[in-house]
Design a protein around this ligand. Structure first.
Ligand code: ASP
Length: 309
């Protein structure tokens, strides 16, 4: 099986002066994930490591760089799913850790639960030896500025920013044909304290099944949840649609039913992949067969060979 990885850095409106860094970030992360797959690594390790890189990149809304809640605090959601076993692990409203995706993997592997939240998730992180980091280390000047601006505007946070955010995620298939998905986010800017978005909810913020494929979405979480977007895309693939057709059908349905704006990266069990969105933009990158593909605007696909290392 030819390994494949596709990653995104969030759907929505990317300000012109942030386009280059968004593309650079997803390219770098996908190349890192691809190198793991090329060395015979698992899809699970590849998606986790790809998302770790994006969480550590302050340009994205995950880990350091997360958007702030209504009180100006960081609360993050993340999920990982293993398509071989359908095991999954997630954390929601987690505070003061650098890499929520790593904690999600531990929830999957070390507990019999699928999702831990808030204080329970923090307690579990401590038990697992994950260091607590100062909240300030997760907050950038940019996220503080956006929080302040929206607060002063008095506008409804959800209405004003449907899809205007920068969540991260990845899907992959490895040389053994195992498939995985991972997503991580700071959520929606100025969200209510305790708001849980689509990301940590299985079938919404991720899905992976070796028998079909995998999805990692980004965008308006409430809309994604209303149509269980990730599982809906897999359903369409089960009915014979390609990743691109399935993504377009599901995004179209979500828009029609609940006016949701979102984007997805998808891979199927044959290694066919797609990156689709109905928001204005989504930064994404994919690697397959030693070729790197990437884009940020609709129907834009740049392709270049991946240099041998
Ligand atoms: N889906 C995320 C959420 O609603 C936000 C995003 O993808 O930008 O929490």
């Amino acid at each position: 099986m030819l390994p494949v990885i596709v990653a995104h850095g969030g759907a929505g409106y990317i300000l012109p002066d942030r386009e280059a860094s968004a593309i650079a970030g997803v390219r770098e992360a996908v190349l890192h994930g691809y190198s793991i797959l090329q060395r015979g690594g698992t899809a699970l390790d590849a998606v986790e490591e790809t998302v770790v890189l994006l969480e550590n990149n302050p340009k994205f809304n995950a880990g350091c760089g997360s958007v702030l809640n209504e009180l100006g605090e960081v609360e993050m959601d993340a999920i990982i799913m293993d398509g071989k076993t359908l095991n999954s692990g997630a954390v929601s409203a987690i505070r003061r850790i650098a890499n929520p995706i790593k904690l999600s993997r531990l929830v999957m592997e070390k507990t019999s639960h699928l999702c831990l939240t808030d204080q329970g998730a923090s307690r579990f992180a401590k038990e697992m030896g994950i260091p607590e980091v100062p909240e300030e280390s997760l907050i950038t000047e940019y996220s503080r500025m956006r929080w302040q601006k929206l607060k002063e505007s008095g506008l409804d946070p959800v209405e004003t920013q449907m899809g205007k955010t920068g969540t991260v995620g990845a899907v992959a298939i490895d040389s053994e044909g195992n498939i995985a998905s991972a997503t991580s986010t700071g959520g929606m800017l100025n969200k209510m304290v305790g708001r849980v978005g689509d990301t940590p909810c299985i079938g919404c913020g991720a899905y992976a099944d070796n028998q079909v494929g995998a999805v990692s979405p980004t965008g308006h979480g409430e809309a994604i949840m209303k149509v269980t977007l990730s599982r809906l895309i897999l359903f369409h693939m089960e009915q014979g649609k390609s990743p691109k057709e399935a993504a377009d059908a599901a995004l179209g349905y979500m828009y029609e039913r609940v006016q949701g704006l979102a984007g997805v990266v998808v891979v199927d069990k044959t290694g066919d992949w797609s990156a689709r969105f109905n928001s204005r933009q989504m930064s994404w990158a994919a690697a397959k067969n030693n070729q790197l593909h990437y884009g940020i605007y609709k129907d834009q696909i740049n392709t270049e060979p991946i240099p041998k290392t």
